[in-house]
Structures are given as structure tokens and as C-alpha cells.
Design a protein around this ligand. Structure first.
Ligand code: ATP
Length: 242
């Protein structure tokens, strides 16, 4: 029998007042997997990452992580269990230095982390060398791409088991987007599973093991990138192929 997935979301519904943002959604991420989530604006992608992180309450269904039910576990405890969210919009401490932002990420270190603070910091600096150079700069003074690197680095400082990347490259120049995508295989090599929400759908298909397509809070398709590419309706809707 195959091992249970790292993350197993079952029959999940989330409501904002009268609006049902997620509808009986099933979603899973295996150990070492990178899973892309695509869908139009408002499809529920951000809500899904927030429900996994514990930032929005769940109306129905269950969230299991590493074999344990966490549906009602508060967000800070989920961080301790190894779930890290890297938000759209970055949310850095702009007045603090790059190094201080990275230190703050380590405050939520996963229980049972196998690396030291110094090792994790070194790893992040190796991943994004510009952060070593800018370690003493105020985070708010960095370029948009560098700030995104700080945000990812901060999430990695917790040594998470699952990294949720919501709009990794929003508004960034192509060269910077390349750098961020180039970091993904190295992050996976550290044993971290990844959920990727990205506007650059072709790029996310190129790195993903599996893809979920959401429409109005439902999963309308789940499969491999090749299956998405071969699916006429999805091609038209998401890949800009007529
Ligand atoms: P986007 O790419 O625009 O962020 P998304 O796929 O991430 O889209 P969500 O942000 O999860 O979608 O939104 C799903 C639905 O829930 C949308 O109809 C949105 O308007 C609504 N919604 C999201 N956040 C809230 C909130 N805090 N309060 C009320 N409604 C919300």
C-alpha cells in the first residue's frame, strides 16, 4: 500500500458569510511532491492555502497533516507541525533587516527540526546569495524580487515539511521569476513538499508533479501536467491555447 499523503484535505468547505468559497474539496500533497493549484481569480486558491494554514475556519470536512487531524488546530501550532505559508504580498517587517526577518522565521521552527539555526541560515543564503550581501539592509529597501526571496527564506527558516507558495512571482520581472523557480528543485531536495499557486501556468506545469484546477471553489480537474496539456477545455481556459 502507498504511504498516506503528507497533507490530506477531505471534503473541505469554507464559507465567508453567505459565500461558499470552497465546496467539498479533496486535495492532497505527498511527501516530496510539488503540487500546482490553478484557477481564475476568485476560484478559491488563496482560501485553500489559508484553510491549510489555519487562517480561516473550516465549515465542513477535515484536514490531516502527517497522519494527524489538524482541522481545529490553531495556525501557530500548525506552523510548529511544519506548515509554512508564504503569502501573496510578502508581508515582511520592512523596517527590520533581512537577517532579522530570517531570524523571525526561525521563531516558528518545526518541532523536531533536524538542522540548527545557523545551518538553516546558511542554506537560505546559499539559495539566494543576494540575501547574504543584503543581510544588514532594511527589508523594505530591497527590490520586489529580493523581498520575495526574503519571504521564502523566512518561511524556510522554520524547516517546514510543507511550503505553501501563494503568488510566488506576482508582478516580478521574468529574470527574477526564473530565479525563484530555479529555487524550487533545491527546496524539494531538502525534503520539503510544495504547493504552488502561480499566474505563470506554463512555468508551474513545468515543475509540478500534479495539478489541481479550481473553479468556483470546486476541484474540476486533478492530474499530471501532461494530462492538463492534453485536455482541450483546460488548454483553452488556462493555457491560452485556442
Ligand atoms: P485570487 O487569484 O483573486 O486571489 P483566489 O483563487 O485565490 O483568487 P480566493 O481569494 O480564495 O480566490 O477567493 C475565493 C472567493 O472568496 C472569492 O469569491 C473572494 O471574493 C471570496 N473571498 C476571499 N477572501 C474573502 C474574505 N476575507 N471575505 C469575504 N470573501 C472573501
Amino acid at each position: 500500500p502507498s504511504p498516506p499523503p503528507l497533507l490530506d484535505v477531505q471534503n473541505l468547505s469554507v464559507d465567508y458569510g453567505k459565500l461558499r468559497a470552497l465546496r467539498s474539496l479533496d486535495f492532497s500533497v505527498g511527501e516530496g511532491e510539488i503540487v500546482a493549484v490553478v484557477g481564475a481569480n476568485g476560484a478559491g486558491k488563496t482560501t485553500l492555502t489559508q484553510a491549510i494554514s489555519g487562517l480561516v475556519p473550516v465549515s465542513e470536512g477535515r484536514v490531516l497533516f502527517a497522519g494527524r487531524e489538524i482541522t481545529r488546530v490553531p495556525a501557530h501550532q500548525r506552523a510548529r507541525l511544519g506548515i509554512a505559508l508564504c503569502h501573496e504580498g510578502r508581508r515582511l517587517f520592512r523596517e527590520q533587516t533581512v537577517r532579522e526577518n530570517l531570524e523571525l522565521g526561525a521563531a516558528y521552527a518545526t518541532r523536531g527540526a533536524t538542522t540548527t539555526f545557523a545551518q538553516r541560515l546558511e542554506r537560505v543564503y546559499d539559495l539566494f546569495p543576494v540575501l547574504r550581501e543584503r543581510a544588514s539592509s532594511q527589508a523594505g529597501r530591497l527590490s520586489g524580487g529580493q523581498q520575495q526571496m526574503v519571504a521564502i527564506g523566512r518561511a524556510l527558516m522554520a524547516e517546514p515539511r510543507l511550503l505553501l507558495l501563494d503568488e510566488l512571482s506576482l508582478g516580478l520581472a521574468p529574470a527574477v521569476v526564473d530565479q525563484l523557480f530555479a529555487a524550487l528543485p533545491r527546496i524539494l531536495a531538502w525534503g520539503i513538499s510544495v504547493v504552488l499557486i502561480e499566474q505563470h501556468i506554463q512555468r508551474s506545469l513545468a515543475v509540478a508533479d500534479r495539478v489541481y484546477v479550481l473553479e468556483r471553489g470546486r476541484v474540476v480537474f486533478c492530474g499530471t501536467p501532461d494530462q492538463v496539456r492534453a485536455h482541450p477545455a483546460l488548454q483553452q481556459a488556462y493555457l491560452g491555447v485556442a
